[in-house]
Design a protein around this ligand. Structure first.
Ligand code: ADP
Ligand code: MG
Length: 251
């Protein structure tokens, strides 16, 4: 049987006294293109932080490439990349420097130092930014001076340059207009040929755009910290979604 890249067994997570994630079992396999849906507060971002090892579960067991997180070496850790909902860019550094930061887990200290001092120009960063339709005039601008949509695409480029085996993306279409949403969706789902970077075929995206769901091969619905459905592409029916959103509509 194929081994899961990430496996969650009976995972629960609580902040203070309240459980945010409740007894989740989930296996992510190579080739899964997962849309993670659920109303605000259902636990999507928390689940993503458990899937990238940032949060440690209160109870249960997580394996990454069949190993517990503390057994992973840096190269294994850099196989999982996250586009955070709050982006986590370094505001005082330029767009290009931020994109290069995606490679810090893979490159040596000299690369990090040159990047910090901005004395190197790295072709791959430029190519990845171009793929994300960031114009060259933006490369040297500080994050603090960019628009929401530009920042969003820098965060995306920073993850793509890492060429991770698994890409986790938390509402990556925020701040993007319909044209850019479509472009980024096509990049994520490998629907556009890229010469310069290898795009992972294993991806989990938290999103609210229901019209994009048909592009994914697996749809997971999260409700109050539990998985209420986990379906493959053909299994998703409109009425199920209607019920899901009606039932879970925010008060
Ligand atoms: P989603 O991404 O689906 O909107 P989150 O995972 O961000 O959901 O949040 C799930 C729940 O966890 C929410 O009720 C939120 O208030 C709570 N929560 C998130 N982060 C923290 C935190 N750092 N401390 C306490 N509660 C938190
Ligand atoms: Mg969230």
């Amino acid at each position: 049987m194929t081994e899961a890249l990430i496996e969650l067994k009976n995972i629960s997570f609580k902040y203070k006294n309240s459980y945010i994630i409740k007894n989740i079992n989930l296996k992510i396999f190579e080739g899964n293109q997962i849309a993670l849906i659920g109303k605000s507060g259902s636990g999507k971002s928390t689940l993503i932080s458990l899937l990238n090892g940032t949060l440690i579960p209160t109870s249960g067991n997580i394996k990454f490439f069949n190993l517990p997180f503390h057994k992973l070496d840096n190269s294994q850790k850099s196989k999982i990349s996250t586009i955070w909902q709050d982006l986590r860019l370094i505001e005082d550094l330029s767009a290009e420097q931020n994109v290069n930061c995606g490679l810090l887990g893979k490159k040596n200290f000299l690369f990090a130092l040159k990047n910090l001092l901005s004395i190197s120009s790295y072709r791959k960063a430029h190519e990845v930014m171009k793929i994300c339709k960031i114009s060259p005039s933006i490369f040297i601008k500080k994050i603090i001076n960019l628009s929401g949509g530009q920042k969003q695409r820098i965060a995306i480029a920073r993850s793509l340059i890492q060429e991770p085996q698994i890409l986790l993306a938390d509402e990556p279409f925020n701040n993007l207009d319909p044209k850019l949403t479509n472009l980024v969706k096509n990049i994520f789902l490998n629907e556009e040929n890229q010469n310069y970077i290898k795009i992972s075929n294993t991806i989990l995206i938290a999103l609210h755009k229901i019209d994009l769901l048909e592009n994914f091969n697996r749809i997971i619905g999260l409700q109050n910290g539990t998985i209420s459905f986990d379906l493959s592409k053909g299994e998703l029916k409109d009425n199920l979604l209607d019920d899901f959103y009606e039932f879970s509509e925010e008060n």
